[in-house]
Design a protein. Structure first.
Length: 152
């Protein structure tokens, strides 16, 4: 009986973005992978879970979700961390991409530094360096987005 109650509680928390946001501190506590830039670790349709740590807790090797200037969410790995004037910047790259995400970097004094902490939505949850994900379920969300965009 306790297992059933716990399972129901988990489902309620996962399906209620407000509860999940308040628990994780992330604007987007779940994100759906779109594209192939994070192959082979993440595939299109995977759902990942995020939380918002302090800036110093995001390290090289972590996968983060950040907002591009178009407000599109990007899920990529941190390959370098820079601290400039006490502000954190993260150099990111898709595992399947040849180079870093320079086109999305914040530029300070004509230097592309990386993604500022202000644009980080969250760090992808991992346990023992293995990303926690739900494979394929995100295809439902991608399918609805495709339908909605075709109607506009």
């Amino acid at each position: 009986m306790i297992e059933v109650a716990f399972s129901i509680l988990i489902i309620i928390v996962i399906l209620n973005p407000t509860i999940l946001s308040s628990l994780t501190g992330s604007q987007a506590p779940m994100a759906v992978v779109k594209g192939e830039s994070m192959l082979p670790v993440l595939r299109e349709g995977d759902i990942v879970f995020t939380y918002k740590p302090d800036p110093s807790e995001i390290r090289v090797g972590d996968v983060i979700v950040y907002k591009a200037y178009s407000n599109k969410l990007i899920i990529h790995r941190v390959v370098d961390v820079k601290i400039v004037n006490d502000k954190y910047y993260y150099v990111t790259k898709g595992d399947n991409n040849s180079g870093p995400d320079v086109i999305y970097f914040d530029v300070v004094n004509n230097r592309p530094l990386g993604i500022s902490y202000d644009r980080v939505v969250g760090k992808v949850l991992s346990i023992n360096d293995v990303i926690v994900k739900i494979p394929y379920l995100g295809y439902i969300s991608l399918w609805f987005q495709e339908i909605r965009s075709s109607l506009v």
